[in-house]
Design a binder for this molecule. Structure first.
Ligand code: GTP
Ligand code: MG
Length: 170
């Protein structure tokens, strides 16, 4: 029979990197230019079929604003997966992403699958973070890495599907 697995997934990253937009694209197939900044956190769910299993993601889309930082542990604790998002047109957001990785490595659960998403990949002219730098960082820290665009949908389903695939192996 078809096995259903629930998987708590958290998105973390600086304000405005596109966490909510990635979730909206993945869950509803939509994109809006003027996405409102998240307050606290928002919850969504979406299923992905991998081989003979169904992964039901329980998604916590956290708020990037610094004043909500203290809430984050509630969302990443016990998470099966974490997507750390930066904006590839914003070097400071990549620095912030590394801080999230450090925090997860120190305070999170060791089994959490971590993905690094370099979002806004459609804005190629404005790139501030190279693929090489992000890829090297991800490899050194045990994350898998993809550049994504919530706007064009590039790699959005793919990153969630890759997480789902890895979850079926644990
Ligand atoms: P907080 O909730 O404040 O932490 O922000 P967030 O990370 O959820 O970012 P959000 O999804 O609200 O996106 C911020 C802005 O970036 C919005 O105006 C989006 O339309 C835009 N945006 C998000 N993803 C992309 C993308 O892939 N490409 C482009 N061009 N714009 C994007
Ligand atoms: Mg948001």
């Amino acid at each position: 029979g078809n096995k259903i697995r629930n998987a708590k997934l958290v998105l973390l990253g600086d304000v405005g990197t596109g966490k909510s937009s990635l979730v909206l694209r993945f869950v509803k197939g939509q994109f809006v230019e003027f996405q409102e900044s998240t307050i606290g956190a928002a919850f969504f769910s979406q299923t992905v079929a991998v081989n003979d299993e169904t992964i039901k993601f329980e998604i916590w889309d956290t708020a990037g604003q610094e004043r909500y930082h203290s809430l984050a542990p509630m969302y990443y604790r016990g998470a099966a997966a974490a997507v750390i998002v930066y904006d590839m047109t914003n070097a400071a957001s990549f620095t912030r992403a590394k801080k999230w990785v450090q925090e997860l490595q120190a305070q999170g659960s060791p089994n959490t699958i971590m993905a690094l998403a370099g979002n806004k990949a459609d804005l190629v002219e404005a790139r501030q973070v190279s693929v090489e730098d992000a890829q090297t960082y991800a490899q050194e820290n045990g994350l898998f890495f993809m550049e994504t665009s919530a706007k064009t949908a590039i790699n959005v389903n793919d990153i969630f599907y890759e997480i789902a695939k890895r979850l079926t192996r644990v």
